[in-house]
Design a protein around this ligand. Sequence first.
Ligand SMILES: [Zn+2]
Length: 1006
Amino acid sequence: MHDDRELVEARLKRVLDERIRPAVHPASVPLDVAVWHAPGEPVPVAEGLAAGTSPIRVGDAWGAPWGTSWFTVTGTVPADWAGRTVEAVLDLGFDENMPGFQCEGLVYRPDGSPVKGLNPRNQWVRVGAPVEGGEEVRLHIEAAANPVILDYHPFLPTQLGDKETAGSEPQYRLARMDLAIFDETVWQLVIDLEVLGELMAELPADGARRWELLRAVERALDAIDLQDVNGTAAAARAELAGVLAAPAVPSAHRISAVGHAHIDSAWLWPLRETVRKVARTASNMTALLEEEPEFVFAMSQAQQWAWIKEHRPEVWARVVKAVAEGRFVPTGGMWVESDTNMPGSEAMARQFVHGKRFFLDEFGVENEEVWLPDTFGFAAGLPQIIKAAGSKWLLTQKISWSQVNTFPHHTFLWEGLDGTRIFTHFPPVDTYNCSMKGSEIAHAARNFRDKGVARHSLAPTGWGDGGGGTTREMVAKAARMRDLEGSATVTWETPAQFFAKAEAEYPAPPVWVGELYLELHRATLTSQAKTKQGNRRSESLLREAELWAATAAVRTGFDYPHERLDRLWKTVLLHQFHDILPGSSIAWVHREAEKTYAAVAAELNEIIDGAQRALAGNPGSGELVFNAAPHARDGVPAGGAAPVAAPAPAAALRTRAEGGYILADDLLRVEIDSRGLVVSAYDLRAERETVAPGQAANLLQIHPDFPNMWDAWDVDQFYRNTVTDLVDADEVTPGEAPGSVRVVRSFSASRVTQVLTVAAGRLDIRTEVDWHETEKFLKLAFPLDVHADRYASESQYGHVFRATHTNTSWEAAKFEACNHKFLHVAEPGWGVALVTDSTYGHDVTRTVRASDSGTTTTLRVSLLRAPRFPDPETDQGVHRFRHALVPGATIGDAVREGWFVNLPERRVPGDAEVAPLVTVDDDAVVVTAVKLADDGSGDVVVRFHESRGGRARARVSPGFAATGVVVTDLLERPLAGATAPEPAPADGAVTVSLRPFELVTLRFSR
Ligand SMILES: [Zn+2]
């Protein structure tokens, strides 16, 4: 037989595009359209419905960037359409390639009840099926003129990302506002042909099934009268029925489709727009659930549910009903889909506490699956936190974005830093926006790396990023692939149903140990420094507020601010969303975040101040030092307060013979040369030099930084090829404070001022940068005379080791990584810590010196970048950082110093020494939270972990009359299977043994 395959395939494409799809709506009449452009920010629905309107025609421009326009469309169903299915087709001026990244609408009835959302791929509103003819139609559209930031010219700087700079040029033209007949048979034919045509393209050309499909398609096309598609569509469908009925082969891959709309809580739109995006998507999905009995939709991020509840009660009512039916499913059990690299230990835990509690309180639903499809890498502390929250499964697909190495598994056990293992699935479909295309389904089946031992994978299905969700077309395609020869099978299921099956069929999956590092988006550890500092500062203040408020509540009856802390935690958790904390949002988001963090800090400081004053006694007599750190400091116990001691003498400052200055205390002697660089940091106890010979620490280095794509997200490896050392100083002088040296440097339009001090064997460096660079990367370097294969960096409830070398592509790809409060590198018996109050990105490299064959290990922290997309002014202005170099530090010292630099002491007038509410007698055991129980019972909750990677046995003593103690999960519920510790009769203290990095939560009743 002659090979006419390509001829038939080309025929299918043209006939579908030009004849069959247009025949879905074979007749239409225009609607009358009127509009009211709301003058500023979005208005309540009632106000939008009641506003006066002026006429507007199809083809007219509308929509200043970020503006809202309320359209009213009216019309009458033609009498001769009686008996037909009729829809309004409402095209606001969509570009169908960018669902979620452009204008969107929510359709309301005149009574204000929402109907459904309008998106580029979802422009219809059902009017009647069938209609009688003569019906009056009146609909209102709340249309958001969100400008396109990304797609037309990807990664070019734009002023559209903030309403303050976006101007008023209309962004869209009204494209179609019609009433139209909907021909269900033609629509079904379109789906038949799409499914078969797409499947056909994935099948081997030498296989019989492909040719069976080809011949069936050809017969269907022959059966269509191109002048009467509507009249012949049924005959065409009849030609396809046979091939659509052929069942899947027994070994077919099995896909659990989960209806989904990935909605970034802020990204190329501000937070307030996400509130509306969520309402549009939820309206769409509840409407689709009513039409499609097999469809299941899962929505993550409790915050987004809370927005619906607060802002769109009518949508909420529909959601609540669908949840009760088990088809609109809460998933993830987190407050938002957060970043997981940067959130601190407690914040990462609270993402689960607040997320799970919301779903439990509202619906009695507890998620056991964690849903993080789009997060930029996963810290090794996460498995333990997931387990401690009472969850057991994790889903992400983001690691498929890695540039260099292909992850070896799709279903596996992920082992975290403490040894906890979590059953994890990476959907092999490699997208969280599956649209049920044949190519996606076939890719999932082919790509699945656990074939032969497992058969199930999950496909999050629906338009996402900017929302929209699943469409009726996707549901119809899935129905045809339920059991179809040549295809993977597709079944709508909840995430939990998928995980239960996947786990049951795969009892011994492979294990991956350590972080799930994303080999991409590495610059998200640095971009938008103020957002990152706001996060770190907020985390520290929340710790202090809980600690001092709990202490004051127990000791003085202080009114513990449950509601305020709950609200403030949720605000901070929201800002850990995976495009806010990573610094990848538009200017508007980061401008607002800076203000929000300032308000959070003000409120937390007020709580802290109130609690400390309640504890401090008579303000007229003396001054107390409060120590919120988990270790005693200068005689003040951890979590306690004591009278101010005589200040330690400032380090001695001497001039240096060769120029510059020497700062020294009893433990450390630091030489700062005439360039303001640290050429020596001599550990006087160990009699050992820290800085590599011939090199200088505290060296600012600047690199060009223009990645190939994703400017705010990415730094590409080639940035290192070019570097400028900032060695010229404007001034190197004694600082204002005794025992300090001040260094000032200027470069291009920027200026850096540093103040260096030495105290308690530690070199403190305060850096202020007035930053006016473009596409540059600023690093602060410490070349150390240390020979080590690996270094430690702090993560949640512990630390991880990474290689200092680049033996394999996996190690080489980690050229920028995340730390929390410290980095540590060591030879046996001697190490160095570098601690920070606010930076996360860093790199560590090594060289071997020709002079003495010694190894130089260079620790560099990342201070600032200056990408121009999506925020063209990223990081411009003044920034302040604090770092400290601690020669001779053990890992325990690194942990302690990291806390100290993040939790400065507070001085409060008063004379009443404050004993800690809870005391832990082992410095390896770090308390991360002391608080009152969230249920308002007055119980005291304390959470701690082993921090050094060893074993610990700690005595935990309540500083109050405890009547009982239980071990709990993160949600403060008694932990199933845990043995209650036995309190000592004398003081109620309990002794707890901990595994390396183990985290424990105790709840003391009073
Ligand atoms: Zn996302």
